[in-house]
Design a protein around this ligand. Structure first.
Ligand code: PLP
Length: 408
């Protein structure tokens, strides 16, 4: 193996050159294999974070890597002035998986949401011939860090220094239909939400809530936009989380596990929205839909099907839910588990001094990666190929971690 630098030297160099926008854990990742990551000192880490719900196929998936390598041998980039086949076949697969009619490729989640906002604005502008529209978003929601996506992100700390943001954004309470109804008026053009809130603490939309939102949207020609960047692409055992709810959005956004490590996102729209919103010249991207990342997306869809990833998510999630529920029973620090499929949150009590970041730091020392979410909860979002034995191993490491911290 190649000689690697020791982590301390890497950390020092990082301080020198990387703008400090993250409180990072002192952990330098060098390589991955399956559901394990390795640091520069060759310590192994069982990965229940997947690079924030991205690496659905784990690391060094043979067929995935081969597909990318093959495309490297052809062409990396074309721009959108011309066509490339991987972007078309990947769009066909994404349409089929989502039930949407048209796809626009982006490079990240936040850009997918920027596009979705533009679609909603253009749709309403064409219909009403004015600009005075508002969008309803949700408290504790998260949609990204660029200015449009930040405008609909229900976190005042993230927003405050960057005001003024987009006009006409109203924040309703998640899972409270009365709060949505209070905020709606004749100028509402879209309701924008995560089917399962992620960054704000794992909170799935209630079935009744989402069904009623769909109805309100239908009755008032308001567009329902679902952000499936974190909860989509198989994470809940269905390709998209809304498929648990028997509804369809008018617009959706995806990224994260869409490229399983390649930087790619997309938004998709229904036929009706496609026919009455963005046209030639309204939106663009230089990289978006580039053949390299789209070859990866194609491989992701093919591998999901060939390896029956959704079935694995379903059976592994059943086990994960079962063991996490028993921790809630057993430990007083955990108040509840919430989630769907392989996106699970464990909520920590506020009655005791106990921060999620302390648990996460100590877990790292024990070779386990878990994620924070919200004010004070733990998030579990392993690669979608995770097996029962890994879940048992994770629980052993988590128990050891809690014991070392004197938590019970
Ligand atoms: C991660 C995330 C985003 C932002 O995606 P980026 O690729 O980081 O821009 C937006 N919405 C949700 C729900 C996310 O989880």
């Amino acid at each position: 193996m190649q000689h690697s630098q020791d982590s301390q030297s890497v950390l020092t160099q990082a301080q020198d050159v990387l703008l400090k926008t993250y409180a990072r854990y002192p952990f330098v990742i060098e390589r991955g294999e399956g559901v394990f990551l390795y640091d520069t000192d060759n310590n192994a880490y069982l990965d229940f974070g997947a690079g924030i719900a991205v690496s659905g196929l784990g690391y060094q998936h043979k067929d995935f890597n081969e597909a990318i390598q093959q495309q490297i041998g052809k062409v990396l980039h074309t721009s959108n002035l011309y066509y490339n086949i991987p972007s078309i076949t990947a769009a066909q697969k994404l349409c089929r998986a989502s039930g949407m009619a048209k796809i626009f490729w982006t490079n990240s989640g936040t850009e997918a949401n920027e596009g979705a906002i533009k679609v909603a604005k253009k749709y309403a502008f064409l219909r009403d011939k004015h600009h005075k529209h508002n969008i309803i978003a949700f408290k504790n929601g998260f949609h990204g860090r660029s200015l449009g996506a930040l405008s609909i992100t229900g976190n005042t700390a993230y927003q405050e220094p960057f005001k003024p943001l987009l006009d006409g954004i109203r924040f309703a309470d998640f899972n409270e239909i009365a709060s949505v109804e209070r905020n709606i008026d004749s100028q509402t053009c879209a309701i924008f939400l995560e089917t399962i809130q992620g960054e704000g603490g794992i909170t799935p939309a209630k079935k009744d809530f989402l069904t009623k939102i769909r109805k309100i949207c239908d009755e008032n020609d308001i567009l329902l936009i679902l952000d499936e960047i974190q909860c989509g692409m198989g994470r809940t055992g269905k390709m998209f989380a809304w498929q648990h709810y028997d509804i369809l959005p008018d617009i959706f956004s995806t990224a994260k596990a869409l490229g399983c490590g390649l930087p790619v996102g997309a938004f998709g729209v229904s036929e009706h929205v496609a026919n009455s919103s963005l046209g030639v010249g309204d939106h663009g991207t230089t990289y978006g839909g580039n053949p390299l990342v789209c070859a990866g997306v194609n491989a992701v869809f093919d591998i999901f099907e060939r390896e029956n990833i959704l079935a694995n998510v379903e059976s592994s999630a059943k086990h994960l839910i079962c063991v996490l529920d028993s921790l809630v029973e057993e430990y007083t620090i955990f108040t509840k588990r919430q989630g769907l499929g392989l996106l699970q949150g464990m909520w920590i009590t506020d009655k005791q001094e106990c921060k999620n970041t302390e648990i996460i730091s100590q877990a790292l020392k024990n070779g386990l990666i878990i994620l924070p979410a919200g004010e004070n909860s733990l998030r579990f979002a392993p690669p979608l190929i995770i097996q029962k034995e890994h879940i048992d191993k994770m629980i052993d490491k988590l128990r050891q971690t809690l014991r070392e911290l004197g938590l019970n």
